[in-house]
Design a protein around this ligand. Structure first.
Ligand code: F6R
Length: 366
């Protein structure tokens, strides 16, 4: 049932090209190069009327939401707030009749996420779910559902569900920008073209998994490491860090690179591994300055860059290159080597990759 892989996690990592294809395929009109969402019950006019969006989720699904926030704000200029469900549900949130709530849950059964959904509905707020399980509580109770078509995810550490959630959020953001007219048809078509390339590009990254395995050998005995990035790279850093800590049990923290010097830089000393994502051109120079700061304290830095970037290697010790795509779409590619890194590090430490201690696949208690 593991299809020749030694764990469900590795199998599910390798299923990502298909999961992305299935999640975006039926939602792209290839002739018109635009997004269609036939499953939405509300009218376009209704959808276009929202002026504020909350994205509520837990764990990895919340991290997908952070990518979604940046993408929705960039493409539609609608303010989006992301919050963890366990906080949000007790917070007496501010709703208006122009508020849309998006809940994201792979299982569709996470107690806190479900409670946040129910609270919002009680207040008359429209809730759209992004979930992977047809017939789940979240799918049944939400007003609108966008399914991720990742197939069953068995490993506790979420991989293909995350990238599929991000893909579904791209679909939603593009659709919303189409009906609001915030992006031109050419801009939409360009993004769609690049989205269609992602599955093949993921396969390319997977074919080079051995590169990551070697780095895992290097970090498998460290006690602590750091992930840094800015904007979308920061959102992915959070996910890379969570993945690594939950299955390798190595302490790890993700930091917005510009925030390091406000405290965490004190922990950077000789040979501390720092994984630095640098795919976003608008803040690239700022990111390089932050890398220089950790290098100056002796950190060993593994950089992440787009293929064709010949500069980053001048500042860092090693670079993982991902195929070139639009900066907006980078998260779906950069997260793949980070998932592999978590997997290989856990395996090198002889741990149970699929069933990490203290964790459950579906958290149905609060
Ligand atoms: C981490 C992980 C968890 C889940 C979280 C939410 O790898 O899988 O952080 O993302 O428990 O679960 P769902 O998405 O089922 O609501």
């Amino acid at each position: 049932e593991k299809g020749g892989f030694d764990s469900f996690m590795l199998k599910e990592i390798f299923e990502q090209p298909q999961a992305i294809r299935d999640t975006i395929g039926s939602r792209i009109d290839l002739d018109e190069k635009k997004v269609v969402l036939p499953e939405l019950k509300m009218s376009d006019a209704q959808l276009a009327s929202y002026d504020r969006i909350y994205i509520i989720a837990c764990g990895t699904s919340m991290h997908a939401g952070l990518v979604g926030k940046d993408v929705i704000e960039k493409l539609t200029r609608i303010p989006v707030e992301v919050a963890v469900a366990s906080e949000f549900r007790y917070r007496d949130p501010i709703y208006t009749d122009k508020t849309l709530m998006i809940v994201i849950s792979q299982s569709g059964e996470t107690a806190d996420t479900l409670a946040a959904l129910r609270e919002a509905k009680k207040s008359g707020v429209t809730v759209m779910a992004i979930t992977n399980v047809v017939g789940s509580s979240v799918a049944r109770e939400a007003d609108e559902v966008l399914f991720t078509w990742a197939g069953p995810e068995v490993a506790v550490a979420s991989t293909k569900a995350y990238t599929s959630q991000v893909a579904a959020l791209y679909m939603f953001a593009l659709y919303l920008s189409q009906i609001k007219g915030t992006q031109s048809a050419e801009q939409i078509a360009e993004i769609v073209d690049h989205l269609l390339e992602l599955p093949g590009q993921i396969s390319q990254i997977l074919a080079d998994a051995d590169h990551v395995r070697q780095y895992a050998e290097r970090i498998k005995d460290v006690t602590s490491l750091f992930f840094i990035g800015r904007s979308l790279d920061y959102a992915v850093s959070l996910e890379g860090s969570l993945k690594l800590k939950e299955i390798s049990y190595i302490h790890s923290e993700a930091y917005a690179a510009g925030e390091l010097k406000h405290g965490t830089l004190a922990l950077i000393e000789e040979d501390v591994p720092v994984i630095a994502l640098a795919t976003q051109p608008d803040i690239y120079e700022k990111m390089v300055s932050n890398i220089v700061e950790v290098k100056a304290r002796g950190a060993h830095v593994l950089g992440f860059a787009f293929a064709g970037d010949n500069d980053l290697i001048k500042t860092v010790d090693q670079v993982v290159y991902v195929p070139k795509t639009l900066p907006l779409l980078a998260p779906i590619l950069t997260v793949i080597p980070l998932q592999l890194l978590a997997y290989y590090t856990s395996a090198a430490r002889g741990l149970d990759v699929d069933k990490p201690r203290n964790l459950a696949k579906s958290v149905t208690v609060e």
